[in-house]
Design a protein. Structure first.
Length: 494
């Protein structure tokens, strides 16, 4: 066990370099320009998305906030995350502004600093192509719609009497609708038109207009960040006056959606190029490999090394004659095994900042995963230690070895052979569990697949392709486990 911990410790030092930072700077000046962290999805075309094979986020909202930054003198740093995590990220100080088609409403105005509108759009109702019974909001009563949980359109659907199934984004909502899992979607007309233009889909259609549900989209700041809000409003006024906003809008929509009533003839057919399946796989291969090498593998190594070290200490406390140590160890194991991993990630990343502890996204993920590994691996280590015959302890005492020497020279080498198979399963589970880090503002391989699927709507292809990478790494780890077991078996008397 000590040898294994030493090897993993070396890997920890080697892997800590590529860790992805989530941009938790001090928000101060960079030269004469303030660094402003912009939260956005990166999976919501044509507003925020990635062009094929590009690591840079682009889109209408991105161009608008870049123009605002130019006038306001900001240095932008883009932080991509899922929509339902974007407001918690703002609350926790992980980002400074949201640029992702946030609709103005009274609840948000009470809690956040909302800029002047820079987009005006109308809501539409989307149904399957063969559905003729739903054309108005009133027809949604008793029906099921798919919406992002915290979006303005989710509340519109609820007010109409619909049961809302929550999804991560619009692309997932359309997939559920096409598969017949929900009855309709209420969303922004521009996003829907973009989807239809890019996919050529004949499975869904715009069935009607959500009467009275025109929306105004705004940049969103923390309520106490009046300096950024004032600068943004001044910049938006200048951009509107000199025609820059209209120019950006014409680029994406061939209409001026920056003014009320200007989006009646929106045309997104030429805003983005369509790609073949082969082009999609080719373009996403390198981004997936980077996500694997920068986040997935280093995070697995760091979390497992730290978690295994803590697991040994917890296991020793668990079998200690001290009631205090044993009780603390049992409480720790119970807390970790009795709560969901995703909840643990949220507590570390979004909860701790509220008590003054703000960790980088990679560090927060490594801490949460490491604690989770420790909670489960501690019982594996404990059982492996207890599997060593008591006579071994007694023999060690007879030849004058103290407790530490007994553990290091007698117990751990024998326990290691017993512990390797279950610990290997823990390692494989950890590797796959790293796919949960997207809400922590980290772009791992799963997040890259989500971004690409949101842009191309090729869910099966891209998720299966991401799964291939996980399978290859897991196969290599399993082969390493087999070799390690064979090596340890050489020291067992037959």
């Amino acid at each position: 066990m000590a040898v294994l911990a030493g090897v993993l410790g070396s890997l920890l030092l080697a892997a800590s370099g590529p860790a992805h930072a989530d941009g938790d700077g001090d928000g101060g000046a960079a030269g004469e320009r303030r660094v402003v962290r912009v939260g956005t999805e990166g999976t919501y075309p044509p507003f925020s998305f990635h062009e094929a094979g590009s690591a840079e986020v682009t889109g209408y909202d991105i161009d608008v906030v870049k123009a605002v930054a130019e006038r306001a003198g900001w240095e932008l740093e883009f932080v991509e995350t899922q929509w339902d995590a974007i407001f918690p990220a703002l609350d926790a100080g992980r980002i400074d502004v949201i640029a992702n088609q946030v609709s103005w409403n009274e609840e948000r105005a009470a809690d956040y600093g909302l800029s002047d509108p820079y987009t005006y759009s109308e809501g539409v109702i989307v149904t399957r192509a063969d559905e003729d019974a739903i054309t108005t909001l009133e027809d949604l009563a008793g029906r099921t719609t798919a919406q992002s949980a915290t979006s303005n359109w989710a509340q519109v659907a609820r007010d109409a009497g619909a049961r809302v199934e929550t999804v991560e984004g619009f692309a997932q909502a359309v997939a559920l609708l096409a598969q017949g899992r929900v009855d309709a979607i209420v969303n922004d007309n521009i996003a829907v038109l973009d989807y239809l233009a890019q996919t050529g889909s004949e499975e869904v259609k715009i069935a009607g207009v959500a009467e009275g549900e025109s929306t105004e989209q705004v940049l969103t700041f923390r309520q106490d960040d009046t300096e950024l809000l004032t600068a943004a409003n001044q910049a938006l006024a200048e951009l509107s006056a000199d025609g820059t906003l209209a120019e950006i809008s014409e680029k994406y929509f061939k209409a001026d959606v920056s003014v009320e009533g200007g989006g009646g003839d929106v045309d997104v057919s030429g805003a983005r190029a369509r790609s073949s399946n082969w082009d999609i796989v080719r373009d996403e291969s390198w981004p997936m490999i980077k996500g694997l090498l920068r986040i997935t593998v280093p995070l697995t190594v760091v979390a497992f090394a730290g978690g295994l070290t803590l697991a040994v200490l917890v296991a020793l406390a668990r079998i200690s004659s001290s009631r205090i140590l044993a009780g603390a160890a049992r409480a720790f194991i119970s807390a970790i095994r009795g709560t969901p991993l995703l909840l643990q990630l949220f507590i570390v990343f979004y909860g701790l900042p509220q008590v003054g502890i703000r960790l980088d996204g990679f560090v927060a993920a490594a801490l949460a995963f490491g604690l989770n590994v420790a909670g489960y691996a501690a019982e594996i280590v404990r059982s492996a230690i207890l599997a060593v015959p008591k006579g071994q302890f007694e023999a060690a005492q007879t030849i004058g070895l103290d407790y530490r020497q007994t553990l290091r020279r007698i117990v751990f080498p024998q326990a290691l052979r017993t512990a390797v198979p279950p610990l290997s399963n823990t390692l494989l589970s950890l590797l796959k569990d790293t796919s949960l880090v997207a809400p922590l503002l980290l772009s791992d391989i799963t997040r890259v697949a989500q971004e690409a699927a949101g842009r191309t709507n090729e869910f099966l292809l891209l998720y299966a392709y991401a799964g291939l990478y996980y399978w290859i790494i897991c196969t290599l780890l399993s082969a390493g486990q087999t070799r390690l077991e064979a090596r340890l078996d050489r020291y067992v008397a037959k």
